[in-house]
Ligand binder design. Structure first.
Ligand SMILES: NC(=O)c1ccc[n+]([C@@H]2O[C@H](COP(=O)([O-])OP(=O)(O)OC[C@H]3O[C@@H](n4cnc5c(N)ncnc54)[C@H](OP(=O)(O)O)[C@@H]3O)[C@@H](O)[C@H]2O)c1
Length: 217
């Protein structure tokens, strides 16, 4: 597939690199400096290049949206028409200082995005995983047991695209249902992020987590 990366930071940079290594054609876009996009493309060691959001969106089979919630309007204003495009969003609807969600319970960031670009086909995926584990999951992708990764959306074809990308990165795609399920996965994703970054000071979760890249004792 041709995959456009909108937001080449922690998530977009790593996922774009892995999509390129998995054999997709990747265009990295939207960073503060073009040199960074060029470096990502070079380091990806696959079919990858740097471009503008417009170039990333052009002829893309899928777009990964990986920007801070406050940058969504800005990046979308640079892509051009997104009618019919598959947008896989991992962007969480976070407030400016990243302490809480600005949408929840009765809607979700994914649904708000769907309303923002009504002619695009939005799938919500990858937001439940901290970027730090992505490379280790990819390295372990040939193992019999893969970690599950939930995704949700309303359009069957775009969900197939998202599931293929999830699989290529090394996860087992778990279809959580329609896009409105993001109302539940987004708060969960926030808890996972807090767990990842705050450690013992973070929230307590009654889930089993498997750590990748950390030796078991
Ligand atoms: N990081 C995670 O583990 C994680 C996990 C789950 C979900 N998410 C969600 O994924 C989304 C992206 O997170 P992230 O951690 O990848 O964020 P990030 O590292 O800050 O990446 C955001 C990207 O946007 C670019 N950007 C910001 N302001 C810009 C501007 N004015 N002009 C051009 N480019 C600009 C940044 O450029 P630079 O590269 O130059 O900084 C960067 O490439 C967020 O919505 C977050 O909630 C993140």
């Amino acid at each position: 597939m041709r995959v456009g990366i909108l937001g080449s930071g922690l998530m977009g940079g790593k996922l774009g690199t892995l999509f390129a290594r998995a054999g997709h054609e990747v265009v990295f876009s939207y960073a503060r400096r073009t040199e960074k996009l060029k470096r990502l493309a070079k380091d990806a060691k696959g079919n990858a290049r740097a471009g503008t959001p417009h170039e990333a969106a052009q002829d893309a089979d899928a777009l990964l949206l990986a920007v801070h919630w406050s940058r969504i309007d800005d990046v979308l204003s640079q892509t051009g028409d997104l009618s019919g495009k598959v947008i896989v969003t991992c962007s969480l609807p976070m407030n400016a200082d990243d302490t809480g969600l600005v949408i929840g319970h009765t809607s979700s960031g994914a649904e708000a995005l769907g309303k923002r670009v009504p002619k695009a086909r939005v799938v919500c995926a990858f937001n439940t995983v901290p970027s730090e584990v992505l490379f280790d999951v990819y390295e372990a992708r040939r193992k019999a047991r893969r970690p599950g990764l939930v995704y949700c959306g309303d359009d069957a074809r775009s969900k197939e695209v998202a599931a293929a990308l999830i699989r290529d990165v090394g996860f087992d795609p778990v279809d959580a249902g329609p896009l409105r399920i993001a109302r539940y996965t987004e708060p969960f994703a926030l808890l996972v992020a807090q767990l990842a970054y705050e450690g013992n000071e973070g929230p307590e979760l009654a889930y089993r987590f498997e750590r990748f890249g950390v030796e078991r004792r």
